[in-house]
Design a protein around this ligand. Structure first.
Ligand SMILES: O=C(O)CCC(=O)C(=O)O
Length: 246
């Protein structure tokens, strides 16, 4: 559970970081699984899916940006999503009875990992209840300003969900329009490996390039309360991969 102060932080700012939720051996196990999964995945990745999965800045064209659905596909990550410490906090923040409907590993390779522009998860997901989604972002490496930690706009969860735009050559890379960005300043939220950043679905967030020699790997698990629905999703979310957690 979160302490009262931690819960107040979440309600006021739209995010809260909790350190040491996963032990070093658990994180090592997750990283070993990513290593194995990544090499299998890259070997069979078809050319038409490269835009979605690979870093554009890399000339070899084989540096992985992300992997989809670790909670559905990989037992190590499903166990993390079902761990008592995560379920207790998720239910404290969005209410009892929850599922993971989408999850991703973000690899942010050293010197190559690119930015994720400012966005609100609830624009992507389009839930009928804006308070029924929660993103659980688990740091698998120390996430620092240099290697591309998340940045949040404190208090932005109290405002509306804005229409997003996307570049023509990356229609999936939805982002808040440039003329709105001055409305909030973005504050870095470094997280040590094994720590978790929880954010509300409305909270504006972004991450920068990895300009360091170290990777910044993290897994994002998107939870939804079981009585809510995604009624206006901006991308396709496959109902067949939903994992009921509680
Ligand atoms: O890890 C990142 O760089 C982006 C993560 C993100 O946007 C999310 O978890 O919603």
């Amino acid at each position: 559970m979160l302490s009262t102060d931690q819960e107040v932080t979440f309600r006021q700012t739209g995010h809260v970081t909790v350190v040491n939720l996963f032990s070093p051996p658990k994180i090592a196990e997750a990283l070993a699984d990513i290593e194995q999964w990544s090499s299998e995945f890259l070997r069979q990745l078809p050319a038409q899916r490269r835009d979605w999965y690979l870093e554009r800045a890399d000339t070899s064209g084989m540096v992985l940006r992300k992997l989809d659905e670790p909670v559905y596909q990989r037992p190590v990550f499903q166990a993390m999503a079902k761990s008592d410490c995560i379920v207790a906090i998720v239910e404290q923040l969005i209410g009892p009875g929850v599922s993971v409907f989408f999850s991703q590993v973000f690899c942010k390779a050293p010197n190559i990992g690119g930015p994720k522009p400012v966005h609100q998860d609830n624009f992507y997901f389009g839930p009928n209840d804006l308070d029924a989604t929660l993103t659980v972002w688990i740091a698998l490496d120390d996430a620092t300003i240099e290697n591309g930690c998340l940045y949040y706009a404190d208090g932005s969860q109290l405002g509306p969900v804005y229409d997003h735009v996307a570049p023509a050559d990356a229609p999936f890379n939805l982002q808040i329009p440039a003329d709105k960005l001055a409305d909030f300043s973005m504050t870095p939220a470094p997280v040590p490996a094994g720590g978790v950043s929880f954010h509300h679905g409305n909270t504006w967030h972004q991450s920068s390039n990895n300009s360091s020699v170290k990777p910044r790997r993290a897994v994002a698990m998107h939870f939804l309360r079981n009585d809510a629905k995604l009624i206006r999703p901006a991308l396709d979310y496959d109902p067949g991969v939903v994992v009921r957690i509680s």
